[in-house]
Design a protein around this ligand. Structure first.
Ligand SMILES: *Cc1c(COP(=O)(O)O)cnc(C)c1O
Length: 369
């Protein structure tokens, strides 16, 4: 097989794919002088609300700000404990910490999603929130998590940074709890050309609070109704995202096709454990990432690299409780075992069938198949 290059992600390709349209949009928006909170932001918020099936969308400057604003609007107070998986990005825990809350890190289950049983075990009188992370483009079993929340009188804020378009039992990630965040970081499912994010809620009061928080506490009349911050999504990013959103359902379909190919080509290898296949059970997965578990993980990664294939170990191979500088250490053997085996294969809408075959051939070869 001829050597080729299959990078993990194609940042410039995302731009060059529709370069002329993007230049036109940039030029049109800038010529209008529409830079901050203009009609493109409103249009994006409306379009996203329709796509997700939620009442309110409030765009923000980035997902991390979004989590802080969402937790604050949902009523997080200093000292409140928030239960979340340790297999997540540091931002999930940081948003709680920065508000004076306490992130409580728990195990994940076989599908890499937070384990509801571990969540329940971690509940104390100080617990106020459950914070499921819809990681890798999959939505958690939200029946279990919402059941726990009801039983113990807790609020749910979802970190749906990686899950725009994902569903559980036909309901979109982000629409189960009080509020949720999606990220538009360039490598996310719907990426912009820099940082960006969005908050969603069906609660009018929470929506109002989040909207105030992202713009210095200013209301519709421009009067300061309370404390706030500056976390507005650039209007030009909103205009570019409006364009990208049109093709987004097709991109999700492509990701699901690629996941199916990986499943077909690699499903029989005993040395690796694949993520759930598309179309299984109650989950509609959109494959933000294709994260598998592999024997001899580091050797496999190197071997693929030698063959021009880019892979990534998510979050540099560390769950949040393993980030020693944050002092959140605890014993989470299931997560630790998985973290040592996790590897993400190339997964994005620009991959060709040949690219995917090339990756699979080299993985099979590595394991002597
Ligand atoms: C990307 C991500 C975030 C943070 O989003 P930003 O837009 O980069 O601030 C938070 N949580 C998870 C799970 C993420 O993947």
């Amino acid at each position: 097989m001829a050597q080729k290059s299959v990078p993990f992600f194609n940042y410039s390709g995302i731009y060059t794919q529709n370069r002329n349209e993007f230049i036109k949009i940039f030029d049109e928006v800038c010529s209008r002088g529409a830079f901050i909170l203009q009609r493109d932001v409103e249009e994006l918020e409306r379009n996203l609300a329709e796509f997700i099936g939620v009442k309110h969308v409030i765009t923000v400057a980035n997902g991390t700000d979004g989590l802080i604003i969402a937790l604050r609007a949902a009523g997080l107070k200093p000292g409140d404990e928030v239960i979340m998986p340790s297999h997540t990005y540091v931002a999930t825990a940081a948003s709680v910490h920065l508000l004076g809350g306490v992130p409580v890190l728990v195990e994940c289950g076989a599908d890499h999603m937070v384990d509801p049983v571990a969540m329940e075990k971690a509940i104390t009188p100080k617990t106020k929130f459950l914070m499921p992370v819809q990681v890798n483009g999959r939505t958690c079993n939200m029946d279990a998590i919402m059941g726990l929340a009801k039983k113990h009188n807790l609020k749910v804020v979802e970190d749906a940074a990686q899950a725009l378009g994902s569903k559980f039992k036909g309901k979109s990630a982000g629409t189960f709890g009080v509020a949720a965040m999606y990220s538009f970081y360039p490598a996310k499912l719907l990426g912009c050309f820099g940082d960006g994010g969005a908050l969603v809620t069906n609660d009018d009061a929470v929506a109002r609070e989040m909207k105030l928080w992202r713009d210095h506490g200013r209301d519709e009349k421009g009067e300061v109704a309370g404390w706030g911050m500056n976390s507005r999504l650039d209007n030009v990013q909103a205009a570019l995202l409006n364009f990208k959103l049109q093709n987004f359902p097709k991109e999700i379909e492509r990701r699901r096709e690629i996941a199916k190919m990986y499943q077909t080509e690699l499903g029989s290898l005993s040395q690796i454990t694949l993520p759930p296949a598309p179309g299984t059970g109650d989950h509609f997965d959109v494959y933000q990432n294709y994260e598998l578990e592999a024997d001899r993980r580091d050797e496999l990664k190197n071997s693929l690299k030698e063959n021009g294939i880019g892979t990534i170990i998510q979050w540099a191979g560390k769950a949040v409780h393993q980030l020693t500088a944050l002092k959140l250490q605890r014993s989470l053997p299931v997560t630790e075992k998985m973290t040592a085996r996790f590897l993400m294969l190339p997964m994005h809408q620009l991959l060709t069938d040949d690219d995917v075959q090339y990756v699979c051939t080299h993985i099979r070869k590595f394991y002597g198949q």
